[in-house]
Design a protein around this ligand. Structure first.
Ligand code: SAM
Length: 241
């Protein structure tokens, strides 16, 4: 069986794992395990089994991503003995067919061919291929979700703000609402998706982006007034990722 999910990160692992109806002695593979959210939750349900993670440790998709960090998380959660982690790419799985009782993934699966590649690893069948709606997020969806998570607790900015992503879509923030609408805003920041992502991760300083022409602002006065609040938004995005 293959299960995956896209939304509601902190409860999604329960939903995905509940669908597997584990007895506790199975071996489960978490594809694109990252820091081990699902992997560790699975290991807790497998007192006589084992949870295996595979990841290529993209720093773009998850900051501080590493096998060491994931194993440390497993140790902190008391399941290190029942967790192992492989360095690898889901497109070239280093496992034999039907090596696992079940495979899971959260926020990690990309094209359809990977789904089939993953499904063949599970003993249980026929494999459940997730519907189109459960496909992994596009970079625009990912950024929008991460901004939603950052503004959901409180309305951080107090102004209507729009990211114009140079032909790759829009992210519109109005109070606690975050959409992909292209509506009038108090401040529009025009930059590429990659640069917005880098900025939200603290890898690109806004001033450098402006000076190098990678970021343009519709209103310098509003931008100056919002500078501190934008920093708060970006740091919340980092914490939510
Ligand atoms: C957004 S993170 C999600 C991590 C974790 N599953 C979670 O829900 O917190 C996506 C993960 O998939 C991994 N990943 C992306 N493409 C991959 C591939 N082709 N093979 C293996 N892992 C991949 C990334 O390195 C990253 O750790």
């Amino acid at each position: 069986m293959f299960a995956s999910s896209r939304f509601g990160k902190f409860r999604a692992q329960d939903r995905i794992l509940a669908r597997l109806k584990l007895r506790g002695d199975e071996t489960v593979l978490d594809v694109g395990c990252g820091h081990g959210l699902l992997l560790i939750a699975a290991a807790k349900l497998l007192p006589r089994g084992h949870a295996v993670g595979i990841d290529l440790w993209s720093q773009w998709q998850q900051s501080g991503n590493s096998r060491k960090a994931t194993l440390r998380n497993a140790a902190l959660e008391g399941v290190a003995q029942r967790v192992s982690v492989h360095d690898g790419d889901m497109r070239k799985m280093p496992f034999a067919d039907r090596s696992f009782d079940a495979t899971v993934a959260h926020f990690a699966i990309h094209p359809d061919e990977n789904r089939l590649n993953i499904a063949r690893l599970a003993k249980q069948g026929p494999p459940e291929i997730p519907a189109k709606a459960e496909k992994a997020m596009s970079p625009l969806d990912e950024l929008t979700e991460s901004i939603k998570a950052a503004v959901s607790a409180d309305s951080v900015l107090g102004k209507k703000l729009k990211f114009d992503l140079k032909g790759q879509g829009f992210i519109y923030i109005d109070g606690g609402s975050v959409t992909n609408e292209n509506k009038p805003a108090d401040l529009t920041l025009r930059l590429s998706i990659d640069d917005l992502k880098a900025m939200s991760q603290g890898k690109l300083a806004p001033m450098n982006a402006i000076m190098s022409g990678r970021l343009s602002l519709s209103d310098m006065g509003v931008a100056a007034a919002l500078q501190g609040k934008m920093q708060v938004l970006f740091s919340k995005m980092q914490r939510a990722s």
